[in-house]
Write a protein that binds this ligand. Sequence first.
Ligand SMILES: Cc1cc2nc3c(=O)[nH]c(=O)nc-3n(C[C@H](O)[C@H](O)[C@H](O)COP(=O)(O)O)c2cc1C
Length: 148
Amino acid sequence: MSKILMVFGSETGNTENLAHLIEKRLADAGHSVTVENAASAKAENLAEGYDAVLLGASCWGDDSIELQADFDTFFAQADKMGLSGKKVAAFASGDQSYQYFCGAVDVVEEKAKELGAEIITEGLRIEGDGAGEDVAIGNYVSAVLAGL
Ligand SMILES: Cc1cc2nc3c(=O)[nH]c(=O)nc-3n(C[C@H](O)[C@H](O)[C@H](O)COP(=O)(O)O)c2cc1C
């Protein structure tokens, strides 16, 4: 059994729903999952004791990538999380009509790498709240588990 931390930032609930769909699959596979909303999460040493960290957010820019507000505030302290050497994967909810579809994935992966984390699989990019995306979510969870 692995210990997995998930932190999500969500404005209208889509990324939150997606986070819980991922959580359920990880838990069903026998892993211990802690889910934190970025609105109340404290970055200091947050990753300590976890085998993997999944980070998810939406974004809200028009012609640039603007992380969801709670996640933006939280992730500004990413260097305090203790991500160096950690296994990390990103996920995001977005809307394909925007230039940077699920751009949060790119921001999270870039920062996590900069902080010394290992990106264990390609980030999950989902339109909307994840309903009907069982295959994509299942594949992502399988890839995360393979990376543990
Ligand atoms: C002003 C505005 C800007 C947005 N910018 C983006 C964007 O750059 N990329 C993207 O994929 N989605 C973008 N979206 C769509 C939201 O990110 C999308 O609805 C997402 O599912 C919301 O997730 P949340 O409820 O977890 O915050 C934007 C929506 C609005 C209203």
